[in-house]
Design a protein around this ligand. Structure first.
Ligand SMILES: [Zn+2]
Length: 55
């Protein structure tokens, strides 16, 4: 099984949680919106991270 890396910038931990962050894609002119990301245990607790589902 392939490991998924945490999507937070500068983080190389294994992602364990799917969810969303509120923000915009770098270099895009899009308005802020919810972006799908994967997060490690640490970043899953980050204030700006919203888990896709509570289990
Ligand atoms: Zn992380």
């Amino acid at each position: 099984m392939k490991l998924i890396e945490c999507n937070f910038i500068g983080c190389q931990e294994e992602a364990t949680t799917d969810g969303y962050v509120y923000g915009h894609i770098r270099d895009s002119e899009d308005k802020d919106s919810f972006l799908k990301v994967s997060a490690c245990d640490i970043h899953a607790k980050h204030d700006s991270f919203y888990p896709a589902k509570e289990k």
